[in-house]
Write a protein that binds this ligand. Structure first.
Ligand code: NOJ
Ligand code: CA
Length: 685
């Protein structure tokens, strides 16, 4: 039937808004299926030579027409006018070992498609698209080969799109990008269409229950990718800003991988994050067995409670005497590390307002660094170093090598770094009297800064834990001394109470921030109280569960020694729980509601379980089929008491039970409002 003429403009306008005319003319030029034929990705080329991609899961579209291309400062955009000149495919199935991590072995099983495009006219520039398709996600990146008409490339932005099928029924969990507070906001759950501009990972649940997470892998010499809503259900990559106005590269180069994890439920989404590691280059550091996952205490919480100070004065935290006490406490309870903040000069004034006065080589007069480092060693404990830059990053870089040399000489083999300032206020000064340029925490320059720190530290066998970092994109695979980081809202907010973290925060983190990698959240706040008595919104048992639920190869034992003395039963779990795992499984969970994670210790036959909920109580059935068949384990259960509740004094209500269990049993896990549960399954000895 011919459509009446008058209806056409409306139809055309409609098609134009949704971007459909492109699709109507586009032809599929290449495609690749995952090894188990679960996912299929297709590349299309429109009549104008614009490249786009689509993804389906089990034959059902998940990502529909999504454009690809790069916007350059000079010359024409790398967007349109392309023809496909060659395509090649590859099948890979290998397994590699993590020196430390959530799982010892990681299987890397994918089908790859490399599609080579060239402009049909103008400069005949070349751009390749590489797709790696796994059963639970895809990676996609641009490859710019060396070529006569494309040498230095200034990328203003990308055209890369992520277009959801059926966005009306989709929910997104996200934090905004481009705001002052880097990555430390509370997550929002909104219809996907209400996302403005978001950091990655961003998690989305479609109407049919499919879970997706958009992120990136191997962010090296490039700006971080934000996702900006540009049409209903459509996001476009927006690169974090750079002082120079662009990401500058020289061909040949590749961009970071743009990643989409796709899973049938929240638990499977968490398990699929091996994708991020798999898309990174193998270990470049060789033997890193000198780094031992561990727990650590610190001269730290007192400063956040404001009972101690970073700067010298009557309440200075980092004194020789107090640090000795912390070393004794760590040695007595078997914690390897003692972090000391405020040990160096430069904290005396408003330190966050001026990082140019920090001296990373000079201790305060009341802190005997050499004596303390030796004392710690004599007790099988190590000091953990601290380099807060307050964002005077070039100033820090000028002292960095000498500062690492000094630490290495003293046996300090882990350093926490810090970048406290508003987003976009990283201070870069290329020459001693040159201008100060302002960079972003996740801009190209700062992404390179982090790698300078990590590689300089690695030369001296030092591990790095940055706070106010750049987001994690799996570079721990390549640089396994980049052990953990902050990059989300941690425990410190519970000290400040601005406001304290809500009960849903941790089950939210599991399926959002934690998809990217380890988090130095600093759990274990058994006093459940912040500055001036502000109640922390969790139960006691939930604090224990966090050691299993929020993975990091270094876990802080964040509370004050005198507080732990009051809770010897609960403290036992913190002493027992390891920080390095053989396997990880996710028996249940829903984004922002609850999560149960079980992990097997890498150095024994014991398993550990952590379960956390939001403000709602839960009763969860957990089949113990992860345990070895034929063995009877002693389950040491640390649970919420029957009347526990995160509100008021009942947050301390806590019980310890023992029970014998086998792989055939199903355990009923009861969580109080805002509660949690931690279990150690002790294997027969
Ligand atoms: C913010 C960090 O997250 C915190 O752990 C640290 O104590 C302060 N900056 C000072 O460096
Ligand atoms: Ca912080």
């Amino acid at each position: 039937m011919t459509r009446p003429l008058y209806a056409r403009p409306l139809l055309i306008a409609l098609l134009f808004c949704t971007g459909m005319p492109l699709a109507a003319h586009a032809a599929t030029v290449a495609s690749v299926e995952s090894p188990g034929k679960v996912l299929k990705a297709e590349l299309d080329l429109s009549a104008e030579g614009r490249i786009s991609y689509r993804v389906q899961r089990n034959g059902k579209p998940v990502i529909t027409d999504s454009l690809l291309g790069l916007r350059l400062r000079e010359g024409a955009q790398l967007f349109g006018g392309f023809k496909l000149t060659r395509q090649a495919s590859k099948r890979v199935d290998d397994t590699w070992e993590q020196p430390w991590g959530e799982n010892r072995e990681v299987r890397n099983h994918y089908h790859e498609l490399r599609a080579e495009f060239q402009e049909s006219a103008r400069d005949l520039r070349k751009m390749n698209i590489v797709l790696r398709v796994y059963d639970d996600g895809i990676g996609l990146r641009y490859e710019l080969p060396e070529q006569p008409k494309l040498g230095k490339v200034d990328i203003l932005n990308e055209f890369t799109e992520f277009t959801l099928v059926d966005p009306q029924s989709a929910t997104a969990w996200w934090i905004p990008a481009g705001e002052w507070n880097r990555y430390e906001q509370l997550y929002s759950a909104t219809p996907v269409d209400q996302v403005g501009i978001a950091h990655t990972p961003i998690t989305v649940k479609l109407g049919d229950g499919t879970h997706l997470a958009f992120h990136e892998a191997a962010l090296v010499d490039y700006s971080g990718m934000w996702l900006q809503r540009v049409a209903p259900g459509k996001f476009r990559a927006a690169l974090a800003p750079n002082a120079s106005g662009a990401v500058s590269r020289q061909t040949p180069f590749t961009t970071p991988w743009r990643t989409i994890q796709i899973a049938p439920n929240a638990g499977a989404l968490y398990q699929s994050s091996n994708l991020i590691l798999n898309l990174n280059e193998p270990n470049k550091l060789g033997d890193v067995s000198w780094f031992k996952p561990h727990k650590y205490v610190g001269v730290w919480w007192g400063m956040h409670l404001e009972t101690q100070t970073w700067g010298v004065g009557p309440n200075h935290g980092a004194t020789t005497e107090y640090t000795k006490k912390m070393i004794d406490f760590a040695a007595e309870h078997g914690f390897r590390g003692v972090l000391v903040e405020g040990w160096n000069t430069g904290w005396e004034h408003e330190w966050f307002a001026n990082g140019w006065v920090f001296d990373f080589l000079k201790a305060t007069p009341d802190f005997d660094l050499e004596q303390l480092a030796a004392y710690a060693k004599s007790k099988q404990v190590r000091l953990i170093g601290h380099h807060e830059t307050a964002c005077a990053v070039s100033h820090y870089e000028r002292q960095m090598q000498a500062a690492f040399d000094m630490y290495a000489k003293l046996g300090v083999d882990a350093v926490k770094t810090g970048y406290v300032c508003d987003a976009g206020q990283i201070e870069r000064q290329d020459h001693a009297d040159g201008p100060i340029l302002r960079e972003w925490h996740d801009g190209q320059w700062n992404s390179n800064h982090h790698l300078r720190v990590v590689t300089e530290a690695a030369k001296r066998r030092i591990a790095i834990n940055p706070h106010e970092p750049i987001k994690d994109t799996g570079l721990r695979r390549t640089y396994p001394n980049w052990i953990t980081r902050e990059g989300a809202r941690g425990m410190e907010y519970n000290a400040w109470g601005v406001p304290p973290n809500p009960p849903e925060h941790e089950p939210m983190l599991v399926f959002t921030r934690m998809l990217s990698g380890p988090f130095d959240f600093t759990p274990g706040l058994l006093s459940l109280t912040g500055k001036g008595g502000i109640p922390i919104q969790t139960t006691l048992a939930k604090q224990l569960a966090l050691y299993v639920v929020l993975y990091s190869p270094v876990q802080m034992v964040a509370d004050l020694p005198e507080h732990y003395a009051k809770y010897p039963d609960a403290f036992k779990f913190i002493k027992d729980v390891p920080a390095d795992w053989e396997f990880t499984r996710v028996p249940n969970g829903e984004v922002g509601d609850y999560a149960t994670i079980v992990r097997k210790d890498r150095n024994s036959e014991d398993w550990y379980l952590g379960s956390v909920t939001d403000e709602h109580p839960r009763t969860l059935q957990v089949p113990l089929d992860f345990l070895d068949r034929g063995k009877t384990y002693q389950a040491q259960i640390y649970r919420d008491a029957d009347d526990a509740d995160y509100r008021g004094e009942k947050r301390y209500a806590f019980e310890r039970d023992d029970q014998n269990v086998t792989a055939q049993d199903t355990l009923t896990v009861r969580l109080a409002p805002g509660g949690g549960q931690a279990i150690r399954f002790v294997a027969p000895r």
